[in-house]
Design a protein around this ligand. Structure first.
Ligand code: PLP
Length: 656
């Protein structure tokens, strides 16, 4: 434990504990002995890659930041773990059927991600899932084997249904899932026209609702799914045309990020009962598809709303609930399908960003020069501050400190009032402001020292007041959409200096001009999750932060708020033979200013023409020289080629 202890008595283990790394990383990330975050691409200690080595290599190669790192090996390992969990659960339970996962590409449609998942899943017969026309078009082209299952969810128009039928006539295992009764009628009609018997599945609405944030995607209020009376109607229609044997898959989806495993078990039992009933009516369902919802524990904790099970427990729950019902009803064990997207992709990508600067309220210089003719409030606050900084012997009892704090608050308020009425000058008001924050900081120090365990409320109030703002080169709306939309916390950890005690408490704000553009909930072992413990910034030195578990939904959904576009991206492969244990396979540059502007219909030629005529007018009127005017135009045009984020915001001189 003390092996890495530094002078401050702080170890890298303390850092791992503070940022709860072991709890959320599932073995894929650690704090290494250099005090850096490292990735273990295979999910164990066989190989570890120092993320700062990757960052430095990227800087040497001139790759821009913020930078999204994709660890392709992590993606593969997640796919394998999920499939292995089901294989083990099936073997242990003596389940007679098999498991065939499908990857719902909506979680991350990036072509390389999909290809990597398909490749890693091939030994397990992994299939795909699509939920829209564009996703159907993308996935159809990836059904190399005729056995590979493609589950088509979502609302489908005639064109999509016809395309699905065409793929079936090619011998592909494409399964349109009927979300609405009307869709089923349309499919039958189209199949008849084509002289084909369509294979299909049905999404049922269970009584068991979902839990947590996506509760409304399951249960009777859900947007999609066929009700039980409609299901009876479907069967009637099939029986009258001898098509029962084409009804091959039964599907339900409780919603993403199921938090309580008991809910899943209950749903799976209800679901298996429906299956058994259908079999009794000679509808030979082959696949039971339990949808998505396999959760990721982003906070590494057991708070309200976090998930209470592991991959293996999830697989056990599905297998055992369905087996139990099948055995009771004496029906065969079907092939199990799950559409687990989040659990496969979340871990593999992370965002590396840089802090641009920190705004510290108590930082203003410590020595205050009080002019002789200072306002009485200034003099009075100065006296209180002096006392707070060095209470005499026998003084500084908690009661005295609190009394001083109340005085400080009163002076601050009175100063605001007087300033508003014009009775206090701007520079004196500014002086009060600075002394006010120094006083708050001194009060906090004294209360912490006293450790009475009382006055928690004041302590917390002060801590929140005094939190620093760290400005970070990223956009919440582009890279962490779920944090803004549904307050999902993501683990954020400094990538370096983890062998140093973090002495500041910070709140991260992004580059957008939106007051929502900030991180308001953190993953840490602090009771108070409204701030993150961070290191003091050093002048002209990078301070990189890593934002983890970004691979599901975040890096694909981003919204171009304030016209910050996609970030640059690098794909990293592990290789023990290479220096640092890795190599960068591919770099995708971030969105350029020109690209993002074109998306909202601003075109370079037009913009150029406008600025040019503005400049020419000034040249003609003699306000600027022609040469200077043209240089300004060049300067303007050069920005079109830049990426939308900041270039070297801390002015760091890179080592050649
Ligand atoms: C979104 C969705 C999924 C993926 O869910 P995860 O919780 O990410 O695994 C699967 N199936 C359907 C029908 C979905 O809508």
């Amino acid at each position: 434990m003390n092996r890495n202890a530094t002078k401050s008595g702080w170890t890298v283990e303390d850092a791992a504990e503070l940022y709860r790394v072991d709890s959320w990383s599932d073995g894929f990330f650690i704090v290494n002995e250099r005090g850096h975050m490292a990735v273990q691409p295979h999910g164990d200690d066989a190989l570890s890659i120092d993320i700062m080595d990757v960052v430095n290599e990227a800087r040497r190669r001139g790759i821009s930041f913020p930078l999204l790192l994709r660890f392709q090996d992590v993606l593969r390992a997640r796919v394998q773990r999920l499939n292995q969990a089901f294989a083990d659960a099936i073997a242990d339970a003596g389940y007679q059927g098999i498991y065939r996962g499908v990857y719902p590409i909506k979680v991350n449609q990036l072509h390389e991600v999909v290809e990597e998942v398909i490749d890693a899943g091939a030994p397990f017969g992994l299939g795909l899932e699509c939920g829209s026309k564009a996703e159907l078009v993308a996935t159809l082209a990836h059904l190399e084997s005729d056995e590979t299952l493609l589950v088509c969810n979502g609302v489908k128009d005639r064109g999509m249904l016809a395309l699905i039928l065409a793929a079936q006539s090619l011998g592909k295992n494409v399964m349109p899932v009927m979300e609405k009764f009307g869709e089923f009628e349309q499919l039958l009609e189209l199949a008849e026209e084509a002289g084909q018997a369509a294979q299909f599945g049905v999404r049922v609405r269970l009584r068991t609702g979902g839990a947590g944030r996506w509760a409304s995607s399951g249960g009777y209020r859900s947007k999609f799914g066929i009700t039980l009376p409609e299901l009876m109607e479907v069967i009637g229609r099939l029986e009258s045309s001898d098509l029962e044997h084409r009804f091959a898959l039964l599907h339900f989806h409780l919603g993403s990020q199921i938090s309580d495993i008991r809910q899943l078990k209950q749903a799976a039992k209800e679901f298996a009962q429906i299956y058994a009933e259908l079999l009794a009516r000679d509808v030979p369902i082959r696949y039971l598809d339990v949808g998505g919802g396999l959760g990721v524990n982003y906070t590494g904790g057991f708070e309200e709303g976090s998930i209470n099970y592991s991959l293996r427990e999830y697989a056990n729950a599905v297998v055992s609930a369905i087996k139990e019902v099948c055995d009771e009803r004496g029906v065969p064990h079907p092939t199990l399908v799950s559409e687990s997207g989040r659990a496969m992709t979340a871990h593999h990508s992370m965002l590396v960003t840089e802090t641009v600067g920190a705004y510290r309220k108590d930082q203003a210089q410590q020595d205050f020069v009080i002019p002789n003719d200072a306002h009485r409030l200034v003099k009075s606050l100065s006296g209180t501050l002096e006392w707070l900084r060095a209470p005499g012997p026998g003084e500084g009892a908690v009661e005295d400190v609190l009394e001083a704090y109340h005085e400080v608050i009163e002076i601050h308020q009175e100063a605001s009032t007087l300033f508003g009425m014009g009775y206090l000058s701007l520079d004196q008001n500014a002086l009060i402001e600075r002394m006010y924050w120094s006083s708050c900081s001194a009060v906090l120090g004294l209360l912490r020292e006293a450790e009475t365990g009382q006055h928690q409320q004041i302590l917390q109030e002060l801590e929140e007041k005094l939190v620093d703002q760290y400005l970070v080169d990223f956009s919440v709306f582009q890279s962490m959409l779920d944090h803004w939309a549904i307050q999902q916390p993501f683990p954020i950890v400094p990538l370096e200096r983890l062998d140093e005690r973090p002495t500041r408490r910070g709140m991260l704000v992004d580059l957008t001009c939106d007051s929502d553009g900030m991180v308001s909930q953190y993953v840490s072992s602090n009771e108070d999750k409204n701030f993150l413990e961070l290191h003091e910034l050093q002048p002209a030195q990078h301070y990189h932060l890593g934002m983890f578990l970004m691979g599901a939904y975040q890096d694909i959904m981003g919204d171009a708020h304030n016209l910050f576009g996609r970030v640059a991206e690098a794909h990293i492969y592990a290789d023990a033979e290479e220096e640092g244990g890795f190599w960068i396979e591919k770099v995708l540059p971030g969105t350029r200013v020109q690209d993002i502007l074109e998306q909202v219909q601003y075109f370079p030629n037009d913009l150029r023409r406008r600025v040019e005529s503005m400049i020419k007018a000034k040249i003609e009127s003699g306000e600027i020289r022609p040469k200077r005017g043209m240089a300004i135009l060049d300067q303007y045009m050069a920005c079109f080629q830049e990426e939308t984020y900041l270039v070297n915001p801390r002015g760091v001189q890179e080592q050649p």
